[in-house]
Every structure is written in structure tokens, then in C-alpha cells.
Design a protein around this ligand. Structure first.
Ligand SMILES: C[S@@+](CC[C@H](N)C(=O)[O-])C[C@H]1O[C@@H](n2cnc3c(N)ncnc32)[C@H](O)[C@@H]1O
Length: 282
């Protein structure tokens, strides 16, 4: 690519779309990456783009296009992702927050007001769930755990950046380092069947952390463990909310012990897939 032929943002965008034609969203990807190279928002790029671009921004954009062409997710290239009401820093040690996970956040906020209570998030990743909740409910005491120290570093950075004072982050394999009992436990655990590794999109498989994606027992291992162990960490009458894979509802229902759980329901995501388990302890 010759820099001179790409000096106009409009032309660069057209070229970017062509280069990224194998992506599901070539136009959107090119817009986000060009805006990032220019250090402006996508909205500004679309409404009021500069008429020319300097060589260094052009080179940066070309480098971003090359990375994206090799399937690197846009969010890892820009280092950020919007989730619920905030923008989170992301990198290869955390799962990129997904829009369907906002259902978990919205449901917890609908169910519980800003009264003092304790909430635990198992598998914090970028911290998108506990931090979004903390910012809306400053009176809650929130504990967020993850097995990955690298993920926790990013989650803590996000907590600081977004001023979420009421979240503590702890490294823990499930509940191993968790103390006390909670009113609510939430989780978006890994739930992809390890045997599907070769069939999932390279953007996910080759870039996102495997411990955030895959679980044993056909993808159900982590959910099963959470259902088994969370009663020991919940107060009587407490709630467990867990994101599940699109086709896992019946298998998950089959794991629920009605001697332990009083109420069980599932909510669909915007695409109509059962996505969220809500279980109430006796
Ligand atoms: C699907 S990601 C969810 C991340 C984040 N909560 C989100 O919704 O974007 C699952 C997270 O669980 C963590 N994890 C996996 N196994 C774990 C374990 N045994 N104990 C604690 N965390 C675990 C992973 O490191 C990863 O950050």
C-alpha cells in the first residue's frame, strides 16, 4: 500500500473495508480502527473527519488492518470495549465483554436495590460485571475472584480507572480463597465444550484466554461446580445467577437439586437464546 494513495480518510475506509472483507463486520471494523489510529471517536470520524491524514496515522491504520486481517479482535487492537455504561480496558489476558452478559447485570440490578449486601462474582475477567454493578450500587460490598492473576491485574486497573471503590479482587480457584457468605453470587463462567475448539471462530480461539472459554464435561463443568458449591457460600434465601451457553438450558436444569434450590428460572438474551440461570436458595 502506498501511503500517498491513502491520505484521505474516506479512501482509507474504503480500502480498509476491502482488506477486511472476510470479517463479519468489515465496515464497522475499518471505522473503529481508523478512528483509533486518528485518536478520535468513531462518531467524530463519521460526522466530522479530518480531510487529510498524516503519514504516522496512516501507518498505524495499516498496521491495525494487518492485525485484524489475521483475525485479532478489534477490541484487543484498540485495547478497549464498551460494556453496560462504561468502557473497559481489555487485552489478551481477559475475555472481551459480550453484549449478552449485560443481561446478567441488568437482571441483578432489577432484582436488588441499593441496600447493604454482599455479592460475589466468580470469574471476573476484565471486571466488567462487578465494576458495572458497583458503580450502580455503591452500598453493596462486592468481591470478585478469578483464577488468572493476569486477568485480575486488568480487572483491578479497570476498577481504579472507573472509580469502583466497593469491589475487592481476589485470586481464587472457584471458592478456594473465598471467605464468608454472600446474599448473591453471580458468574459468567467458561462454558464452551473443549471438543469444539477446532470449530469456533479463530478470532476467539486464537486470541481469547482458553481458561475463559473452555470447560470440561461438554462445557458444563464450571456451571456444575458453581451449582454444587455456591450453596455453602450463600446466605439462606440467597440468589445465584449464572450465564449459560445457548444450548445448555435443559442440561443445566437437570443439574439442579430441588432439595437445595427453592426457585429456578431462565431468561433469554436478545437473540432469543436461554442465557441466564436464576436460582434461589431455600
Ligand atoms: C467467560 S470468562 C468471563 C469474564 C467476565 N466475567 C466477563 O463476563 O466478560 C470466565 C472467567 O472465569 C475465569 N475462570 C476460569 N476458571 C476459573 C476458576 N476455576 N476459578 C475462578 N475463575 C475462573 C477465567 O479466567 C475468566 O476470566
Amino acid at each position: 500500500m502506498e501511503a500517498a494513495t491513502f491520505a484521505e480518510p474516506r479512501e482509507l475506509l474504503a480500502e480498509g473495508r476491502k482488506i477486511l472483507s472476510k470479517s463479519h463486520t468489515p465496515a464497522l471494523d475499518a471505522e473503529i480502527l481508523l478512528a483509533h489510529a486518528l485518536g478520535i471517536s468513531r462518531e467524530k470520524l463519521l460526522l466530522n473527519a479530518p480531510s487529510r491524514m498524516g503519514d504516522s496515522a496512516v501507518q498505524l491504520f495499516k498496521n491495525f488492518l494487518e492485525r485484524r486481517k489475521k483475525s485479532e479482535p478489534v477490541a484487543y487492537i484498540t485495547g478497549k470495549k464498551d460494556f453496560y455504561e462504561s468502557t473497559f480496558r481489555v487485552n489478551g489476558s481477559v475475555l472481551i465483554p459480550r453484549p449478552e452478559t449485560e443481561l446478567l447485570v441488568e437482571t441483578v440490578l432489577d432484582m436488588f436495590a441499593d441496600e447493604p449486601m454482599r455479592l460475589l462474582d466468580v470469574g471476573a475477567g476484565s471486571g466488567c460485571i462487578p465494576i458495572s454493578l458497583a458503580l450502580e450500587r455503591p452500598r453493596w460490598r462486592i468481591t470478585a475472584v478469578d483464577i488468572s492473576s493476569y486477568a485480575l491485574e486488568t480487572a483491578m486497573e479497570n476498577g481504579k480507572m472507573l472509580d469502583a471503590a466497593n469491589v475487592e479482587f481476589i485470586q481464587s480457584d472457584f471458592f478456594d480463597s473465598v471467605e464468608g457468605r454472600f446474599d448473591v453470587i453471580v458468574s459468567n463462567p467458561p462454558y464452551i465444550d473443549e471438543r469444539e475448539r477446532d470449530f469456533i471462530m479463530p478470532d476467539v480461539r486464537d486470541y481469547e484466554p482458553p481458561e475463559a472459554l473452555f470447560a470440561e464435561n461438554g462445557g458444563l463443568g464450571a456451571i456444575e461446580k458453581l451449582l454444587e458449591e455456591s450453596p455453602r457460600y450463600l446466605n439462606p434465601g440467597g440468589a445465584f445467577l449464572c450465564e449459560i451457553g445457548a444450548g445448555q438450558k435443559e442440561a443445566v436444569r437437570g443439574m439442579i437439586d430441588s432439595r437445595i434450590w427453592k426457585t429456578v428460572s431462565f431468561l433469554d438474551d436478545l437473540a432469543g437464546h436461554p442465557r441466564l440461570l436464576i436460582a434461589g436458595l431455600k
